[in-house]
Ligand binder design. Structure first.
Ligand SMILES: Nc1nc2c(ncn2[C@@H]2O[C@H](COP(=O)(O)OP(=O)(O)O)[C@@H](O)[C@H]2O)c(=O)[nH]1
Ligand SMILES: [Mg+2]
Length: 334
């Protein structure tokens, strides 16, 4: 605890949930609610807190604390929100990202590549969980396909019903470690959290039998602490997994693809029609699957578009700010 000049008692808290502009926090004083200090957060001098963020607060009792600063993040997961055209933060300060896909309906290698890219980009380590093994007799093909895509990481088939694979997750759920769960609605994120907590904390959903999709039950992101001190963050299902700045994530997710680039005859090869292109050769001899190459190009293109669009929006925003300033000046003079 630190007392600042103006007699504020500043302590460090962790944000455990975000409800619009109200933040659930946990600190040495216990759990409470806080709001951000107006002014410097509005001016975007401070990064708006998300679930998992450590923040400096002025403790004003259980329900009225003020968040003064957001501390530097060790990792952060974000996606592009295309309806709002801006980056949406999902969680911060985690060590692992559990990417869940259910074997009965949700398994989708291309979407998995997308999640892996976001995962590697975040600064945490993505781990793939193929859920609901009890719902399907044979899943060796999906497992092999997922393992092939999940370069440099692990894939675990699990079931919350039979407990298959759950023991293997313990190596990640260690004291001082934080795991964030992501994946489509209905894949079993909240059910897994309830299993790990040993109680029904997160509400789970009744799934429609035909397509295994349900309503969005988990409406916000919430951080829980397991008995051993491990932390786990539940998230609502994402309708779409839009790419943000993912250059690093692409490099890791598609390490097999990018490995060919150095072998092209020309350094600046575009891998289209140049002679001596290693990618073209790998595609021709079946070493590189065409779907994987297309997936890489698609995500690359999407990321570049997103980046350009962001730059465009920022410029436009700055221009509007300037405009409103000059309008204000004009009004004052009048
Ligand atoms: N058969 C089976 N059903 C599961 C399993 N895990 C979750 N479910 C069911 O799938 C539905 C969606 O689970 P939920 O945890 O709410 O998914 P979320 O949207 O990812 O949080 C619920 O009806 C769960 O009971 C599993 O391992 N096996
Ligand atoms: Mg849920």
């Amino acid at each position: 605890m630190k007392t600042t000049n103006d007699n504020q008692t500043e302590i460090i808290a962790q944000v455990t949930a975000v409800h619009k502009d109200l933040f659930e926090i946990n600190c040495e004083k216990g759990n409470g609610f806080a709001r951000v200090k107006r002014g410097h957060y509005d001016l975007e001098e401070e990064i708006y807190p998300t679930t998992g963020d450590y923040v400096a607060i002025d403790w004003q009792g259980k329900d009225h604390s003020i968040i003064l600063r957001t501390l530097t993040r060790s990792s952060a997961l974000s996606r592009m929100d295309s309806t709002e055209g801006r980056e949406q933060m999902i969680a911060a300060n985690f060590d692992y990202i559990f990417i869940l896909q259910s074997l009965n309906h949700d398994f989708n290698p291309r979407r998995l590549e997308r999640y892996l890219t976001l995962g590697w980009q975040s600064g945490g380590v993505p781990i793939v969980l193929l859920t609901k093994t009890d719902q399907i007799e044979e899943y060796s093909d999906q497992l092999a396909e997922a393992q092939e895509i999940a370069i440099g990481t692990e894939v675990y088939p699990i079931s919350a019903v039979t407990s298959e694979g759950l023991a293997e997750l313990e190596q990640y759920l260690q004291p001082k470690k934080t795991v964030v769960l992501v994946g489509s609605s209905g894949v079993g994120k909240s059910t897994l959290i309830n299993r790990l907590l040993g109680k029904e904390i997160m509400e789970t959903q009744a799934v429609r039998e035909n397509d295994s999709r349900g309503r969005h039950t988990t409406s916000h992101r919430q951080l829980f602490t397991l008995d051993n001190g491990a932390k786990i963050i539940d998230t609502p299902g994402m309708r779409e997994v839009g790419m943000w700045d993912v250059s690093k994530g692409l490099e890791q997710t598609f390490a097999d693809v990018e490995a060919y680039f150095g072998n092209c005859k020309f350094k600046d090869c575009h891998h289209q029609s140049e002679p001596g292109c290693a990618v073209k050769e790998a595609l021709a001899n079946g070493e590189l699957a065409p779907e994987r190459w297309e997936s890489y190009l698609k995500l690359l293109e999407e990321a570049q578009f997103t980046n350009d669009k962001t730059a465009y929006l920022q410029k436009k925003e700055a221009w509007l700010k300037d405009l409103s300033k000059s309008v204000r000046k004009m009004n004052i003079r009048r």
